[in-house]
Design a protein around this ligand. Sequence first.
Ligand code: NAD
Ligand code: ZN
Length: 327
Amino acid sequence: DYLQTLGQKGPFALVSDENVASYYADSLIQSFSSARLDATSIVIPAGETHKTLAVVNTIWEQLLAAGMERSSTLVALGGGVTNDMAGFAAATYMRGLDWVTLPTSLLCMVDASMGGKTGANLPAGKNLVGAFHSPRMVLADPAVLKTLPHVEITSGLAEVVKHGVISDPRLFEICAGGLEQVSQQWETVIKRGMAVKVQVIQEDPFEQGRRAALNLGHTIGHAVEALSGYTIRHGEGVAIGMVAEARLAEKLGIASNGLAEQIAGVLHRLELPTEIPAEMPRQKLVEIMQHDKKRKGGSVRFALPTTIGNVQTGIVIENLPQLMAEI
Ligand code: NAD
Ligand code: ZN
C-alpha cells in the first residue's frame, strides 16, 4: 500500500540477509504477489564480515538478472548491514535507482536507516566506500523485534539512550524505566528515537557540523571496541563511551557533576556496560583515537553532553591523555 501511495514502480527487488529472510522474506514476497506486483528476492549472507563489495557485486548481478531498470525500486529488509549494502547497490546500479528500507534491527530503525549514508567496508576499514542516497521511505514495524536476538536489542538501546541525551529528555526518561518498560512501548521509543536522528540530519544533511552530535559516545566507544578486538559490541562500546565522555565533560566543567552517573544508571538498567574494562590501558585508547584522526589530518574532536538533552560539538581537549587517566 505504501509503495503504491508513493507511486514506486516495479519490478521490485527485495534484499535481505539469510536470518531476516528466513523469518520475513516469504510473507513479503507474498504481499507483493497479492498486490500483483512483480518482486524478486535477493538473499545475502548475514553479518558485518560480509559487508563487502564482493557481496554488493552479487546484488548488482541479481538486480540485472531480475530485469531491474532505472525506474525500478529496490526494497531493503534487515539490519544496518543489509540497509547499507542494499542502499549502496541502489545508489550505484545503473547510476542510481529509488529504494525504500524496512529496518528490522533496533539500531537500523533508529539510526542506520535514516540519513542516506550507504556503503560497504574495505579490508582496511569500515565504511570506506559509499554514497549518500536517501531512501524514498523508511518503514519500521516494531513487531519484527520479537525475533531480534536479545543482545541486538540492548545494543540498539545504547543508540536510543544516545538520542535521548542529544535532544530528547523524555526519551531518556522512558529508557530510565528499564528494559521491561521500554519493551512495552516500542512504538513510542522507535518514533522518538527516529525523530532525533531526522531532526539532526535535516539540520546538516551532508555532515558539516551539527551532525557531529550523533558521534556522542562514539569517539571513546570506537577505541574501546577496537582495543577489545571487537569482542565488545558496537552498542556496548557506545554505552561505555557515553559515560566516559560525560565524565570528561564534567572534568572540563561543561556538564554539572552527576551527569555521568545519571547516564550510567540508565544504561545499567538496560543491561549495558558502563565502565572501560580495567585491563584496557587508557594511553592505548588515546593512541587509537589520535591515530584515527591523524589519518584524516586533524585533532580529536569530541561531542560532549552538557545536560540530558544537549550536546556540545567540536570540542578539542588539550590534556586528553591526562584526563583519560583520571576517568
Ligand atoms: P546487522 O545488520 O548485522 O544485524 C544484526 C543481526 O541481527 C544480524 O545477524 C541480522 O541478521 C539479525 N537481524 C536483524 N533483524 C532481525 C530480526 N528482526 N529478527 C531476527 N534477526 C534479525 O547489524 P546492525 O546492528 O543492525 O547494524 C550494524 C551496521 O549498521 C554496521 O555495519 C554499521 O556500520 C551500520 N550503520 C550504518 C549507519 C548509517 O548511517 N548508514 C548508522 C549506524 C550504523
Ligand atoms: Zn553507533
